[in-house]
Design a protein around this ligand. Structure first.
Ligand code: A3P
Length: 319
């Protein structure tokens, strides 16, 4: 359980009494806050993050819908920024899960303490979060802090999420619902960090408003041309590649270091846990575009397509 002092705990309990709650298909409690459903254990840390985190102009936040390529992006960001610090065979990615190198706010730093001391982190600081745009701490939105957002086709995100939750079995005694029932809940927006559509639209609109501040990425695009995106991400982060580096094949080295095959087969990622609860190995599965076709019917896909058209149609967003 997160370790909070008693005063905020009381405030939280009062707040919780005013909020809707439901059980997710995997047996975990969800709570609805500002229009989004959050897994109960992460609700207090979300409130703490909102209340205490102060962004600096030089910070970079990796924001994402879970199961959309967060781990991949963390590895890429780390490699891009530290390419002149470590040689290839000394890269900390070889011995640490990417989630240790770019910490989560609400799932990490603010999960263990209500107001952690971040003084020891050197600038520029990189963090990550699954918090929707409108619930982020004000200082992230109001400062020059940059945001890199990644999302993914809802069908693949749903399937990836389904596997992740079954693999980790957070609610030990619960009997999870069948895939089609979980899918119904997904379409209705009742799932961890959902509704999916609203989460994405928040960052999409922020990107349209200020593309210098919010970089909007899709997993599918990264899979299609990772070298192009490594360069794009590096430029956005303020670490562009020199001609010399391009000639030396530095982009290709980063691509290889961060590939699913490489990370998945490292000893460090085959065992152990992230935050003591999520298996390191559960972050590396298939990494394929279109894996949903192995699990969902064309009718299910059609249903999602219709929801997407109604939610995204007017905003020029497609998957
Ligand atoms: P699948 O379950 O479809 O395989 P997140 O990091 O946001 O939790 O997302 C996890 C998804 O990204 C999983 O998708 C996982 O396999 C995939 N993934 C993890 N590392 C990757 C990498 N280095 N390259 C491509 N995909 C990766």
């Amino acid at each position: 359980d997160p370790n909070f002092s008693s005063a905020p705990k009381l405030e939280l309990e009062e707040l919780l009494q005013t909020l809707d709650q439901k059980i997710n298909w995997d047996g975990r409690k969800l709570v609805k806050y500002n229009g989004f459903w959050f897994p109960m254990p992460f609700f207090p840390p979300i409130i703490s993050t909102q209340k205490h985190f102060k962004a600096k102009d030089s910070d970079i936040l990796l924001a994402s819908v879970p199961k959309s390529g967060t781990t991949w992006l963390k590895a890429l960001m780390f490699c891009i920024a530290n390419r002149n610090i470590y040689t290839i065979d000394q890269n900390p990615l070889l011995t640490s899960n990417p989630h240790l190198l770019v910490p989560f706010l609400e799932l990490g730093l603010y999960f263990h303490q209500e107001n952690p001391d971040l003084q020891h982190l050197s600038d520029p600081r990189f963090f990550s979060s699954h918090i929707p745009f409108n619930i982020l701490p004000n200082s992230i939105r109001d400062s020059e802090c940059k945001i890199i957002f990644i999302c993914r086709s809802p069908l693949d995100q749903f399937i990836s999420s389904y596997h992740f939750l079954l693999d980790n079995k957070f609610e030990k005694d619960a009997v999870p619902l069948e895939l089609d029932e979980a899918f119904d809940m997904f379409c209705e927006g009742i799932h961890s960090w959902g509704p999916f559509w609203d989460h994405i639209l928040g960052y999409w609109n922020a990107h349209l408003k200020n593309p210098e501040k919010v970089l909007f990425l899709k997993y599918e695009d990264l899979k299609e041309d990772i070298a192009f995106h490594i360069k794009k991400i590096a430029e956005f982060m303020g670490y562009p590649f020199s001609e010399e580096e391009l000639k030396q094949g530095v982009v290709d080295q980063i691509k290889k270091m961060c590939s699913l095959e490489n990370l998945k087969n490292l000893e460090v990622n085959k065992c152990g846990y992230v935050q003591g609860i999520m298996k390191n190995s559960s972050f590396f599965r298939k990494g394929e575009v279109g894996d949903w076709t192995n699990y969902l019917t064309p009718a299910m896909a059609e249903r999602v397509k219709k929801v997407m058209e109604s939610k995204f149609g007017g905003y020029g967003l497609r998957f």
